[in-house]
Design a protein around this ligand. Structure first.
Ligand code: SF4
Length: 350
């Protein structure tokens, strides 16, 4: 039921995955040295530079960073939905169960995109079609891609709305997107992502547009479903508070680079990169009344003209002369972690 085929492929009864051999023992997803450029009028923007990480079954990876740091571009490159041009994947691999997705034909990628890896976008209202009921939109996935009858598709749509905690699902399938609250719409988006039983869900700022209480409900739902279904979940956010409770490991991005990678506990307990440290210090504390809000001075660099050396140096409290000329590699830090800072030991001790 979960296999997605286009009408033509379904009629010809030939799966686009025939001839692709996945390795069940390989990690769900391995991103290795991924590079993405955007060709703009101002020059080439290096949006993603040598980004690597691994996601295993049942794991949640949080990708953190300010707007424009390359988080969403990384997600879109994994999904194969970058607008090309202006974007271009110029290097690296995106392996799903050992198979490099970047080398596959578009029809095979399209199949994997919905069937194995699904994405939830930030803005549910613009992701859903306003002129069709949510039941129709959910059922369409089954009708189009799995050959379900109208009755089967309808009952699947009800099942999914029920699964994501929408009360009165049999009646709500007849509602249009604008008749749902923001939180309920995001639940519909989660239902759509789960519809074809993917192995991986990428949630790109799934709760940014929601108020804090609804944000917590949606995150709890996502993390409960992820645990129950043993999904690999990539959670993209600029909010360190959102991922603290649900992520197993974190990749912090800055100016298109992964600058720190570690288990969630390590990152929050003792960051090994000044940027991570500054992000943590900028979270307001409810237990400290009257405190001044801490901000990271300056702005992220323009990706068409990043500063030489370490791209964080104009904003870094730990910067020295060397930082303005030598780009830091990802240093191995005790505790199975990585930091792109020449002075990570000093940061750990601070
Ligand atoms: Fe700061 Fe230098 Fe480390 Fe970059 S390499 S984060 S500028 S101390």
């Amino acid at each position: 039921m979960s296999e997605i085929l286009t009408e033509t492929e379904r009629r010809s009864n030939k799966s686009p995955l025939s001839g692709v051999s996945f390795d069940g023992s390989a990690p769900l997803l391995e991103v290795e040295d991924l590079e993405v450029e955007f060709h703009t009028r101002d020059g080439i923007a290096h949006a993603v530079n040598n980004v690597s990480f691994t996601l295993r079954e049942g794991e949640t990876l949080g990708i953190l960073g300010e707007s424009g740091c390359g988080k969403s571009v990384t997600a879109q490159a994994i999904m194969g939905i970058l607008d090309t041009p202006p974007a271009k994947v110029t290097g690296g691999q995106v392996r799903y169960r050992g198979v490099d997705l970047l080398q596959l034909e578009e029809k095979t990628r399209r199949h994997i995109r919905a069937n194995k890896i699904a994405i939830i976008f930030q803005d549910a209202l613009s992701s859903l079609n306003p002129v069709f009921t949510v039941g129709w939109q959910l059922g369409e996935l089954y009708r189009k891609h799995a050959g379900a009858s109208r009755a089967q598709a309808k009952s699947k749509a009800v099942e999914l709305l029920d699964l994501v905690g929408i009360p009165g699902a049999p009646a709500r399938i007849n509602s249009f997107p604008h008749q749902f609250s923001g939180g309920m719409r995001q639940r519909v988006m989660i239902a759509m992502a789960l519809a074809l039983e993917p192995d991986i869900i990428i949630a790109d700022e799934p709760t940014t547009a929601l108020d804090v209480t609804v944000q917590a409900q949606v995150m709890t739902l996502l993390s409960d479903l992820q645990r129950e279904m043993r999904l690999g979940l990539i959670l993209i956010t600029h909010d360190m508070g959102v991922v603290a409770d649900v992520a197993d490991k974190i990749c912090v991005m800055y100016a298109g680079h992964a600058v720190e990678r570690a288990d969630v506990y390590e990152i929050y307990e003792r960051p090994a990169h000044p940027y991570t440290k500054a992000l943590l210090e900028s979270i307001p504390r409810v237990d400290q009344k009257g405190q001044d809000l801490t901000v990271i001075k300056g702005l992220p660099p323009a990706l068409v003209d990043p500063p030489p050396g370490c791209s964080f140096h104009p904003r870094c409290a730990f910067a020295r002369d060397r930082c303005t000329t030598d780009e830091p590699p990802l240093y191995e830090v005790p505790g199975n972690r990585l930091s792109a800072c020449h002075y990570w030991e000093e940061v750990l001790e601070s």
